[in-house]
Design a protein around this ligand. Structure first.
Ligand SMILES: C[S@@+](CC[C@H](N)C(=O)[O-])C[C@H]1O[C@@H](n2cnc3c(N)ncnc32)[C@H](O)[C@@H]1O
Length: 196
């Protein structure tokens, strides 16, 4: 059977590097769509629209999604149109570090997917925390970063900044009174945080 567009993106991402979510994270996302039935979603890191399209097809939610790369955002628009979900997307083109506060202003989300620049996860979490409803879920992908985040072992120079920031992020979420946290040690590590 010929592959559909989403299958092609997923397969293609393995051959030509494109940072699409892992199969493990996709399963967790789809479980959340099924069990939590979110109506308002925020995503940091659109890429070419793979995860957002999957979430929209599995729910009747609206999504705000942020991407810095114009080519990727344009490709995402084509994907949303092809799957007839574009009317449920508000796509923001820009640097999340500059625009996040404005995007979330006056908004309350049922589900937030943090999947943008990993060195900034903690800052982004702190900005979005007041905007997740009680019992809503915030999910952050890749938090264990190839097994380098747990423990204190030596980290190659090229990964040191990301790993240092992710260690701070993990320390923060584990001690945060406002969150119930579950770490799924699959893929590159998935943090599922439920707002108390
Ligand atoms: C892991 S990918 C997102 C994958 C997507 N959620 C999916 O699974 O289909 C991360 C994305 O964040 C984008 N990104 C990186 N830094 C950013 C920034 N400062 N502002 C906005 N987007 C950024 C990258 O261009 C990349 O497309």
């Amino acid at each position: 059977m010929p592959m559909n567009k989403l299958e092609k993106i997923k397969e293609g991402s393995k051959v030509e590097f494109l940072p699409i979510l892992s199969d493990e994270c996709e399963r967790v996302l789809l479980d959340i769509m099924k069990n939590e039935k979110p109506k308002e979603i925020l995503e940091i890191g659109t890429c070419v629209g793979y995860s957002s399209t999957k979430m929209l097809l599995a729910s009747d939610a609206h999504i705000d999604t942020i991407e810095i790369d114009e080519n990727r955002r344009n490709e995402a628009i084509e994907v949303w149109k092809e799957y007839n979900v574009y009317d449920r997307v508000t796509s923001y083109l820009g640097d999340v570090n500059d625009i996040l506060t404005n995007v979330v202003k006056d908004k309350v989300y049922d589900f937030i997917f943090i999947d943008g620049p990993k060195s900034r996860y903690l800052e982004h979490l702190k900005i979005v925390m007041p905007h997740i409803r009680k019992d809503g879920i915030i999910l952050a992908d890749d938090v264990l970063f190839f097994g380098l985040v747990n423990g204190d072992e030596w980290v190659p120079h090229k990964h040191r900044t990301i790993v240092t920031h992710l260690r701070e992020f993990m320390k923060y979420i584990k001690s945060c009174d406002e969150l119930d946290v579950k770490i799924i040690d699959e893929g590159n590590g998935i943090a599922v945080m439920r707002r108390k």
